[in-house]
Design a protein around this ligand. Structure first.
Ligand code: ARG
Length: 240
């Protein structure tokens, strides 16, 4: 009887442990340098950060590549445990998910095509009305520009498509997060960047509302990575 009990307990713990050792992480790898594909693999600042957090939690990261506007629904329906996607912790999103402590401060910028005369009077957000402006569907830039009256907003599925339209003079400006924007400007001749005074945004890791324990574990692991210098190493690797 005792033997049977022990066997049963071992079985239970294997099942329980086996279930917990994987962390399903959703991202949308079109957001350099936070997440992008390299030889089909998801890499970048966010990828390194969550891998390091996973290591602290003793959990193996299993990646799910999802369209950006599908990430929150995937989390809510428990297809994934975590989102790390350069995702801004907005008040609106906080209604649906819990966010970790912020791990990166960013802002929205305006990208122009200096070869397009129709773009040249754009110096700030106030100049956007009566222009066609490219944004990525569901990004915070989309939300911000949608509040400005009389802008002809063109929504794209990814930042590269918005940039292509800018180069082809199909839109006169693109609004995007500062770090990916800097990279597009660096790699595409003729593009220029205007910083805006629009409020700063903070990127956070999202977990589902009822998983408060995971949120706490992530915050604790994140704090350890900051304290032991690993976070700074990641900053140096991707942003210096
Ligand atoms: N920070 C912006 C937002 O939260 C854009 C994030 C895009 N991230 C991505 N992995 N594609 O809406």
């Amino acid at each position: 009887m005792k033997k049977l009990f022990l066997f049963f307990m071992t079985f239970i713990s294997i099942v329980a442990f086996g279930k917990n050792e994987k962390l399903y992480v959703g991202t949308n790898p079109e957001f350099y340098p936070f997440e992008y594909l390299e030889d089909g693999k998801i890499v970048g600042f966010d990828a390194d950060l969550i891998e390091a957090i996973g290591q602290k939690l003793g959990k193996e990261i299993v990646w799910k590549n999802i369209a950006f506007d599908g990430l929150l629904p995937a989390l809510q329906s428990k297809k994934i445990d975590v989102i790390i996607a350069g995702m801004t912790a907005t008040e609106e999103r906080k209604k649906f998910v819990n966010f970790s402590e912020p791990y990166f401060t960013s802002s929205q910028v305006i990208i122009l095509n200096s070869e397009n005369k129709e773009s040249l009077d754009i110096k700030s957000y106030e100049n956007l009305p009566n222009h066609s402006v490219g944004v990525v569907l569901g990004y915070t830039g989309d939300v911000a520009v949608s509040k400005v009256p009389n802008v002809n907003i063109q929504r794209f599925n990814g930042a590269s498509e918005a940039i292509m339209a800018l180069k082809a003079k199909k839109v006169q400006a693109v609004i995007l997060d500062s770090e990916p924007a800097k990279n597009y400007v660096k790699n595409n001749k003729g593009l220029e960047l205007i910083s805006t005074d629009i409020a700063k945004e903070e990127y956070s890791i999202a977990v589902s509302k009822d998983n408060t324990q995971l949120a706490e574990e992530i915050n604790k692991a994140y704090k350890e990575l900051v304290d032991d210098g690993s976070y700074q190493e990641l900053i140096n690797k991707y942003f210096k």
